[in-house]
Write a protein that binds this ligand. Structure first.
Ligand code: ATP
Length: 246
């Protein structure tokens, strides 16, 4: 089984290329994310963020390159990788005919989480996101934000080492946004890693350890916040890069 033995990156993307027909959505992109890092992924609409994130999760095939999760190849060992990651899509597709608690138990069953452990996790996170009182309701009755919270809770049940999130703050109220940011920091302080896309540059600037900016499928800049921003703001850097060659 192919695995990467060179380092201890939680996520290693090497020369990722993905096209849809003639459209090159991601072009030779390489990124490395270490344990402990919150890594922001920034880019204009259609830049290639979702395509990259889905490729990392093993739910979208790619044409060239390699992706390693905690040393395992997503192509050669997709199950090994999926045990280690959680993916929160921008628009979570949940089973609306289930209640919140039925859905969380379903996800816990998939990952083989014991009754004791799942109870602890569900209690902790549903209290944190103020969803406990709604878990007996059908998901079809949830608001967009409640569905987003449920998707976040379900993603944490198996204690993933790497969390991949596509615009996780969209639809969350300010309290839930604040709690999610605190939780992201805690998970990474305890050795996890987070790779997430966002259009909210102020949040990225304050929250992320590192950031990458993608433009028309190509990585244009990446590094620590201070390396990327210098003395300016992330917004200034982003706007300057977007205006270049426009
Ligand atoms: P946004 O910020 O709007 O969510 P994004 O950076 O996530 O955008 P992607 O969704 O990865 O961008 O799309 C990258 C490019 O690939 C776009 O030009 C998009 O139109 C194209 N694309 C994405 N999915 C498909 C698909 N299934 N079929 C054809 N083209 C696609």
């Amino acid at each position: 089984m192919q695995s990467f033995l060179g380092g201890n990156e939680m996520l290693r993307i090497e020369n990722l290329t993905k096209s849809y027909g003639d459209k090159v959505a991601v072009d030779n992109l390489s990124l490395h994310i270490m344990p402990g890092e919150i890594y922001g992924f920034i880019g204009h609409n259609g830049a290639g963020k979702t395509t990259t994130l889905k490729a990392c999760c093993g739910i979208l095939n790619f044409d060239k390159g390699e992706i390693f999760i905690d040393g395992l190849s997503i192509k050669a060992d997709p199950y090994g990788c999926k045990k280690r990651i959680a993916y929160i899509p921008d628009n979570p597709d949940l089973y609306e005919f289930l209640t919140g608690i039925q859905y969380l138990n379903f996800i816990a069953d998939i990952f083989g989480i014991s009754a004791h452990e799942r109870k602890e996790k569900i209690n902790e996170y549903s209290e944190l996101f103020d969803l406990k009182a709604n878990l007996a309701q059908h998901i079809s009755s949830y608001s967009h934000g409640m569905k987003q919270k449920l998707a976040v809770i379900s993603a944490l049940i198996h204690s993933p080492k790497l969390i991949i999130m596509d615009e996780p703050f969209v639809g969350l109220d300010p309290i839930a946004t604040h709690k999610l940011k605190q939780l992201m920091r805690k998970i990474c302080d305890e050795g996890g890693a987070i790779f997430f896309s966002t259009h909210i540059l102020e949040v990225a600037e304050k929250l992320c350890d590192k950031v990458a900016i993608i433009k028309e499928g190509k990585l244009v800049i990446s590094g620590t916040m201070s390396e990327v921003m210098g003395n300016t703001s992330l917004e200034d850097v982003f706007l300057e890069l977007e205006e270049k060659d426009a």
